[in-house]
Design a protein around this ligand. Structure first.
Ligand code: HEC
Ligand code: HEC
Length: 336
């Protein structure tokens, strides 16, 4: 059927195709001229420019369909790039289904989202941009809008020789996000720089890495081993986690092990923000969690005295990066 129709109409599409090609050719010529004069930046300059561009994009509310929300609304620097809510709120006050994770450690990750369902940071950026509960934009409408912003288009030409496009957008956001990781916490002063820290931090680390074996999943230096596990939150999961990606029932209730760097600032905790404080998190692990066929064998009940709990908390707080609160103020800017 289809073949017949095609051969019958072949004369018209042929002409149409030719005229489209002519139009494209004519349209592309000025661009070709620009490309030929493009001088690539040095690798270092290119990285710096991409990071700078990515930072501006990250804070720009024009990336959402109604100009109301930037990436930084849900990933607030002063909260270690989380948003302080159990579930994030996007455009028109729409509530999403998960807790905003910290972006501090994305440079050390090989899969993204709580279920690890997105393979690269570049692809990841397209998810919130287009999600109707988050920014609600269509990339095909967004790109021409951002091309009109003089700063974006000239930076894009400088970096790639091309007008602002989806590849520059996602690369720049990726560069910015990968630049966020630091090792400037009290824990690093102690372990990396050999400085003395108070006894409570040391005792907390002993518990964390020894008897309680939290390091089996939250392994230093990032305090995540990048695996996907069920840590016993529920007997029945509303959000089945990794199962959504694989459809394999042995993945129900499994979520990505989050990095614990800056954990003091990233409350509320877990994929659904269901635990409000670090004390509640410790209570959860102390109880051994709810029973579930996919729960990790590493999650089992333990005893912890009041004093030991304080030590564990001191250690967890020692993972807060000093650069975080001081330097990364919340800045929203659309004035360029
Ligand atoms: C409305 C709030 C909201 C906005 C706006 C938003 N995010 Fe997110 N972000 C989230 C939530 C919630 C998740 C977790 C989603 C999941 O696991 O399904 C997330 C996950 C991520 C992750 C994965 C992190 C990890 O550890 O796996 C990255 C990276 C990220 N966002 C970057 C961005 C970028 C870049 C933008 C802007 C283009 C952005 N986000 C805009 C709420 C938001
Ligand atoms: C079997 C692996 C595993 C072990 C062992 C483990 N965790 Fe976790 N941890 C996880 C997973 C997976 C999550 C996320 C679960 C979710 O969101 O549903 C998590 C989440 C957390 C969070 C919340 C972080 C955030 O940003 O939301 C904290 C805090 C935490 N764990 C501390 C600990 C402590 C303290 C121990 C030791 C007592 C420990 N964990 C042992 C796998 C583990």
């Amino acid at each position: 059927m289809l073949e017949n129709q095609n051969s019958r109409n072949s004369g018209v599409p042929g002409l149409l195709l030719l005229s489209i090609l002519v139009i494209i050719f004519a349209y592309c010529r000025p661009n070709d001229a620009e490309v030929s004069t493009f001088k690539p930046l040095s690798e270092t300059e290119e990285k710096l420019k991409l990071r700078e561009l990515g930072e501006r994009l990250f804070f720009d509310t024009r990336l959402s369909v109604d100009n109301s929300i930037a990436c930084a609304n849900c990933h607030i620097p002063a909260l270690a790039f989380t948003d302080g809510d159990s579930l994030s709120t996007g455009i028109h006050g729409r509530i999403g289904m998960r807790n905003s994770p910290s972006l501090f450690n994305v440079v050390n990750q090989d899969k993204f989202m709580w279920d690890g369902g997105v393979k690269t940071l570049e692809l990841q950026a397209l998810v919130p941009l287009q999600d109707t509960n988050e920014m609600g934009s269509m990339v095909s409408d967004l790109i021409p809008e951002l091309q009109k912003v003089e700063y974006y288009d000239s930076m894009s030409l400088l970096i790639s020789g091309e007008h602002f496009n989806p590849s520059v957008l996602t690369r720049a956001l990726g560069f910015y996000q990968r630049s966020l990781y630091r090792e400037q916490s009290l824990y690093d002063d102690w372990k990396k720089r050999g400085e003395d820290v108070n006894k409570s931090v040391k005792k907390g680390y002993e518990l964390f890495s020894g008897r309680l074996n939290c390091v089996a999943c939250h392994a230093p230096p990032t305090f995540s081993n990048n695996s996907i596990e069920n840590n016993g939150l529920y007997e029945n999961y509303d959000d089945p986690g990794r199962y959504r990606i694989t459809g394999d029932s042995s993945d129900i209730g499994k979520f990505k092990v989050p990095s614990l760097r800056n954990v003091e600032m990233t409350a509320p905790y877990m994929h659904d923000g269901s635990l409000n404080t670090l004390k509640e998190v410790i209570e959860h692990y102390k109880s051994g969690g709810s029973s579930h066929p996919t729960k990790s064998k590493l999650i089992k009940p333990f005893e912890l005295s009041k004093e030991e709990e304080e030590h564990l908390l001191s250690f967890l707080r020692s993972l807060s990066d000093k650069s975080m609160k001081k330097h990364w103020q919340k800045v929203f800017n659309t004035s360029y």
